[in-house]
Design a protein around this ligand. Structure first.
Ligand SMILES: Cc1cc2nc3c(=O)[nH]c(=O)nc-3n(C[C@H](O)[C@H](O)[C@H](O)COP(=O)(O)OP(=O)(O)OC[C@H]3O[C@@H](n4cnc5c(N)ncnc54)[C@H](O)[C@@H]3O)c2cc1C
Length: 593
């Protein structure tokens, strides 16, 4: 049995206690070693080549060569099973690795496509022969992978792909075209999705060099200019019958399950990117003088530095919390007799709501952080001489791929509703209770229990009621038609993202306090208070908009009072708290939490 029994989506109706929450401060010695090795590799081999990497047309071999160097350190095979030359590291170690690798912009995207969506379909759905043939090479870097799902006419609506596969004797014949394929320029192995018999969406493995397989020109992109992105065309491409991946008509399972893990990993990677951007920005703010003083001494800049760190600390807290929930679930499934690989797939599906939440959270945090980093750099932020210009451009893709953030917001809420309908998540019971609570005399605050985060814990607990109230009322009004009310779903998703993140932040800081004492955690407490303060404000606004979208008259008045009451948080001096946080970052010359 796992140490905590919070199932996917259950954070809305249950409490997780701080002691059972994994926090990044608890990564073990082996994980620290992986982190140092990866950091060292990136600092020596990858970061110095940033500008050369971005000139992809001139240096097309650079990224594949760097991937091979990463492979020689074992980085590409870390999560693969030992029988295929991997190290079978646990999920939290994968998170640590993703976080570090995520600091390398275009190179991270190439790695993510290779190790994630490129390799995982074969690992999860390949036959023993397919795994034996491809996985060792994908792990040792001699083979590179790409994942071909998107087509010119089917992006978010991926299952509407038109590429076809027809069985002809002992061969599949593939015709069609894919678009936006990362690593296409150098990939040896392509996972390709095509329709069989018109509408049976199915996965296949296609090797480089197969006659009829051709590539478009490199796309000229807004950012991640170093990463290879091309169209892939299939003109009577014949592949052996045995290159079918999984079952006919079950390609959606491959595509979506691989994306659950992809979304989680994307968050871990962009969180690493946020930390690096903060390092670069704080360092610059300390060195740049205006009006005779470093710009880091200005309150306006300190606010930015603190807020960049607060959002990153919150994202970090949520990421490692989910990492460990997934790791625990894998352990539970292995105990029940599943293999580790099967366990990982099932665990990621169990936490698909959290994975979607993290994808949005991580990518939007990074965008905020890089935007402020450019601002801190002022005019130099606009120059290619300094890394922040490319960090700014490179961050933007993360809100688009692995499912756009709109799709992920809808997915998070849609999955909650689906689980509730299936009886796996009792949202309706608690939602009805809240409606009763609305009729009661409101709580006018209490003395608290003297603990540092009493108000924050209370705010998080209460804000879940705001979500349940709004979601419950919307579900009652629209029933099965709720999925068409996208504006309401977006608001509900925003509330869920903020509440989940605020809760993760509170749990992390609470655990830290229990280990180090309150005084030593003053800054973590300050960051937690600022995040909860802002999250409650955002939650109130999102809740108000959602309610006003469908409720009227007395019902609207009553529920508006409810959302106000459930997102209530004391007035605190966030200016002072942010100043304290900024002072530490400035003194340490970078991200230090
Ligand atoms: C640099 C780069 C690398 C990529 N790498 C890969 C790769 O390796 N493999 C691969 O298969 N794909 C890859 N993609 C494709 C990527 O996954 C898609 O671009 C993404 O899924 C969005 O699809 P789309 O571009 O067709 O946008 P669309 O689906 O046309 O979306 C356009 C806008 O409409 C919104 N929208 C769409 N549908 C809905 C809806 N139902 N409700 C509300 N809003 C909606 C979207 O959120 C978005 O804002 C890559 C893309 C880029 C740019």
């Amino acid at each position: 049995m796992s140490k905590n029994n919070l199932k996917g989506g259950e954070f809305l109706i249950k409490e997780q206690d701080a002691q059972s929450t994994f926090i990044p401060e608890e990564i073990n010695e082996e994980q620290k070693m992986f982190r140092e090795m990866t950091r060292d590799f990136l600092e020596k081999e990858v970061h110095p080549l940033r500008r050369a990497i971005d000139k992809q047309k001139e240096n097309p071999d650079l990224i594949p060569q760097l991937m091979e160097k990463a492979a020689s350190l074992g980085l590409l095979a870390a999560s693969l099973p030992e029988e295929y030359g991997g190290m079978s590291v646990d999920f939290n170690t994968e998170t640590v690795l993703s976080e570090e690798l995520g600091k390398s912009q275009s190179f991270s995207v190439a790695l993510a496509a290779h190790m994630g969506i490129g390799t995982l379909p074969i690992l999860y759905y390949g036959t023993p022969e397919q795994k034996k043939k491809y996985l060792p090479g994908l792990g040792d870097g001699s083979l590179k992978a790409a994942y071909c799902l998107t087509e010119p006419d089917s992006g978010s609506d991926a299952l509407a792909a038109k590429t076809k596969a027809v069985l002809d004797g002992d061969e599949w014949v593939i015709n069609g075209g894919k678009m936006w394929i990362t690593n296409a320029g150098f990939a040896d192995v392509f996972t390709v999705f095509a329709q069989v018999d018109g509408d049976k969406f199915t996965g296949f493995i296609v090797e480089k060099g197969t006659p009829g397989l051709s590539l478009g020109e490199e796309e000229v992109k807004l950012g991640i200019k170093g990463s290879s992105t091309r169209q892939v065309f299939f003109d009577d491409v014949r592949i052996p019958k045995g290159n079918l991946l999984g079952e006919i008509g079950k390609g959606h399972k491959i595509a979506f399950n691989v994306l659950n893990i992809g979304r989680y990993k994307l968050c871990a990677m962009v969180m690493g990117g946020s930390k690096r951007s903060i390092d670069v920005a704080v360092n610059y703010a300390n060195e740049r003088y205006q009006f005779g003083v470093p710009i880091s001494s200005f309150g306006a800049i300190q606010h930015k530095i603190a807020e960049m760190a607060i959002r990153t600390y919150a994202t970090d807290s949520a990421t490692y919390r989910v990492s460990d929930l997934i790791q625990d679930k894998i352990a539970e499934l292995v105990e029940e007799g599943k293999t580790k690989v099967e366990g990982k797939l099932i665990a990621a599906e169990e936490y698909n709501i959290e994975c979607a939440i993290l994808k949005v959270l991580g990518s939007e945090t990074l965008d905020y952080v890089v935007d402020e980093a450019v601002q801190i750099f002022g005019g130099t932020g606009y120059s290619e001489e300094f890394p922040v210009a490319s960090m700014y451009r490179d961050a933007r893709i993360n809100r688009i791929f692995e499912g756009t953030n709109e799709i992920n917001r809808m997915l998070a809420v849609g999955q909650m509703m689906k689980k509730a309908l299936k009886g796996e998540l009792d949202l309706m019971g608690p939602a009805m209770k809240i409606q009763e609570e609305l009729m009661e005399i409101p709580d006018f605050g209490d003395e608290g229990d003297g603990s540092a985060l009493y108000e924050e814990k209370k705010a998080v607990r209460q804000s879940k009621k705001a979500i349940l109230m709004a979601a419950g009322a919307a579900a009652q009004k629209y029933m099965m038609e709720l999925e068409k009310q996208q504006e309401i779903l977006m608001n509900l998703a925003d509330m869920a993202i903020d509440v989940f993140t605020a809760e993760s932040t509170v749990l992390r800081t609470e655990k830290l306090i229990s280990q180090r004492g309150e005084e030593a955690c003053k800054l973590q407490i300050a960051m937690t208070k600022c995040f909860v303060n802002d999250a409650m404000e955002r939650c109130y606004i999102a809740g108000k908009h959602a309610l006003a979208g469908f409720a009227t008259d007395d019902m609207l008045v009553m529920m508006h009072m409810g959302v106000k009451r459930f997102t209530k948080y004391p007035i605190i001096n966030t200016i002072d708290l942010r100043k304290q946080v900024a002072a530490k970052l400035i003194a340490e010359n970078g991200y230090c939490f």
